[in-house]
Write a protein that binds this ligand. Structure first.
Ligand code: C6P
Length: 420
């Protein structure tokens, strides 16, 4: 597949030509935390504020009608992007976290009871652990974690064994934000359905980076965030199968989510509006729509291929570096389908926070810490923290090279030569 033209893509991202406080060219290797935004998204939000800022679903005048139409259109774009049946299945929330909590507080609250099992995995972000722990506490349900194999991939045998407990709900991440491991979402979903479970997929790290077809995967719910896919922060998506969303109760009550209200009763609005109480994040929706159009124009499969290339290149350059531990699937086991553009590492003798600070002095933005996956980082990998670089459509090989050079600088500054 033809690679995207990274140099011309980079011209769309104003931030990538800025310098950091150290006078260095910004090298942004933290797209798993949040992506940068192209001018097309910035302009779409600015255009809304400048030319048709109005509340939606309310005004009987031109600019409100236009805002309403653009907001609705963004849902159509998102629905098409993940091959949902229609935009009725696209509920806007604040982020992935809120989307998962919506499932926990609405669907699970009504459909789960004492003793029911919730199955998740050991490679989850806190967003896909804490809501289930809270639910388990409220309901007296039991939370189980499928183990990892070789600290890198899901142990399918253990997953299968835990499914024998016939969980009511299975919640797993499509891509780990620490290991970069890509789970086989379709297979995990099929197995969970065979065991009678409802399936929630945390797709925060997959929807921005790879082709997603919710119909093919077959999941019941999928959660993701706009800010990780070139769109604005403060808006996220909960995809839900229409028949399931229809049966669910709204989480919040108020304006816009109702059809009619009397002093003694009310009825709900149709999907997806029944889950969106109060004034919406209109600019967020419009920006997300522009982000999806941008991703579509470049082509998500080409973006995925570029990230595979960057990841292979980074793993190759890290391979064999003295005193550097790399987490997740290694270079020799990496295939075109099992790893995403997230590479976590540690330098022996250096705390990951020191590593990130020294990288910063070179203008390189990476993340260090537990990455909101404390059970995975602390209890499975046995590390207090890890450093992480992550890639996107605008990442260049030269930037990976700079990161590799920065590793040498870390060793020099911290005088680690003797620690080999
Ligand atoms: N991970 C990272 O640096 P929100 O914050 O709701 O937009 O996304 C939460 C979330 C859920 N699942 C996965 C797999 C994630 O990676 C994230 C966000 C960021 O890794 C911030 S902690």
């Amino acid at each position: 597949m033809e690679s995207p033209d990274v140099e011309s893509i980079r011209k769309d991202f104003p931030i990538l030509s800025t310098k950091t406080s150290h006078g260095k060219q910004l090298v942004y290797l933290d797209s798993a935390a949040t992506s940068q935004k192209p001018v097309q998204v910035i302009d779409a939000v600015s255009d809304y504020y400048r030319t048709y800022n109005a509340n939606i679903h309310r005004g009987l005048y031109d600019i409100s009608a236009r805002a309403t139409e653009e907001y609705r259109r963004s849902k159509e774009l998102v629905a098409e992007f993940i091959s949902a049946g229609s935009y009725n299945e696209i509920v806007y929330t604040r982020n992935t976290t809120e989307s998962i909590n919506l499932v926990a507080l609405s669907w699970a609250e009504r459909n789960m009871k004492k003793g029911d099992v919730i199955l998740t995995t050991q490679m989850e972000h806190h967003s896909n652990i804490v809501p289930w722990q809270m639910l388990a506490r409220r309901k007296g349900a039991v939370l189980e974690y499928a183990k990892l194999k070789g600290n890198a991939v899901l142990d399918m045998e253990d997953y299968g064994k835990k499914l024998e407990k016939r969980p009511r709900l299975v919640a797993f991440t499509h891509v780990s934000n620490v290991l970069g491991t890509v789970n086989d979402a379709k297979k995990l979903t099929e197995m969970a359905h065979d065991a009678g479970a409802t399936v929630v997929i945390d797709a925060a790290q997959s929807v921005p980076h790879m082709e997603i077809d919710v119909g093919r995967i077959g999941c019941d719910f999928m959660a993701f965030s706009s800010h990780k896919m070139l769109g604005p922060a403060g808006i996220g998506v909960l995809y839900g199968k229409e028949d399931i969303l229809e049966k669910m109760e709204p989480l919040f009550g108020g304006g816009d989510m109702i059809r009619s209200v009397r002093f003694d009763s009310c009825t709900w609005n149709e999907l997806p509006w029944k889950f969106e109480a109060g004034t919406s994040n209109v600019e967020g929706g419009i920006g997300l729509g522009a982000a999806v159009e941008y991703l579509d124009r470049i082509g998500i499969s080409r973006i995925r291929q570029h990230e595979i290339d960057m990841t292979r290149y980074a793993l190759g350059r890290l391979d064999g570096l003295d005193g550097v531990a790399v987490y997740g699937i290694g270079k020799k086991d990496m295939t075109d389908s099992n790893r995403a553009g997230v590479v976590s590492f540690n330098i022996k003798g250096a705390h990951a926070h020191d590593v990130a600070e020294i990288f910063n002095s070179e203008g390189i933005a990476i993340r260090a810490g537990h990455h909101c996956a404390m059970p995975l980082v602390n209890e499975v990998l046995g590390e207090p923290s890890v450093a992480r670089m992550s890639f996107y459509l605008y990442t260049k090989k030269e930037e990976v090279d700079k990161a590799i050079e920065a590793i040498a600088k870390v060793r020099k500054v911290l005088r680690l030569e003797d620690a080999r």
